[in-house]
Design a binder for this molecule. Structure first.
Ligand SMILES: [Zn+2]
Length: 187
């Protein structure tokens, strides 16, 4: 779920709320897709806070896969726990399938990361001139100077349904945002 922030620019004292969006995907040559992980960043070209790609190191992504493959790990527990109500047979088959899918996705993420060449990009304009928040609540951004950035929680936003090449370039295509809903629920 995307994060929301309160952003305060030291130069003008202006304070704004910022909401992350979701529904960004990488699309591969065979038509398969992988969730793109966005994070808030300052885009020097846009002169604004934007969603940018978050690209973890190959080591981190491989570690995620190793952890997920261990059925007793925290990462796998959501699929493998037998605690009530998950001990019900009705859940068992579905969770087994979801677990297999999660492992498959993690394997594909390792493959994508191994092949990835370009640095992270702004998801609005495609620029690689993006600046990420480090530790702490303050960052200095090109063009505006010191900014106070504070994560205030998570927010539920619509899915953009934007598709990108594995190198993070937007695939031009007409898409409509959608809202997540429970299976069988009316939209
Ligand atoms: Zn940008």
């Amino acid at each position: 779920m995307p994060a929301c922030y309160i952003i305060r620019f030291a130069d003008t004292g202006e304070e704004t709320e910022w909401f992350g969006l979701r529904g960004y995907y990488y699309e591969f040559g065979d038509g398969s897709t992988l969730d793109l992980r966005p994070t808030m960043a300052w885009c020097v070209k846009c002169q604004d806070f934007v969603d940018a790609e978050w690209i973890a190191s190959l080591q981190q992504i491989e570690d995620e896969l190793v952890e997920l493959r261990d059925p007793t790990s925290m990462r796998a527990e959501v699929f493998t726990s037998e605690e009530p109500p998950f001990d019900k047979p009705v859940f068992r088959e579905r969770r087994k399938r979801l677990y297999a899918e999660a492992i498959d996705e993690a394997e594909r993420r390792v493959q994508w990361r191994s092949d990835r060449l370009a640095p992270p990009k702004c998801l609005q304009c495609g620029s690689t001139n993006v600046e990420f928040q480090g530790d702490g609540n303050e960052m200095t951004v090109t063009g505006r100077g010191l900014v106070h950035v504070e994560c205030t929680g998570m927010c539920s936003t619509d899915f953009l349904n934007w598709f990108f090449t594995p190198e993070g370039d937007r695939i031009p295509r007409e898409t409509k945002p959608s809202y997540w809903h429970l299976p069988g629920e009316e939209t």
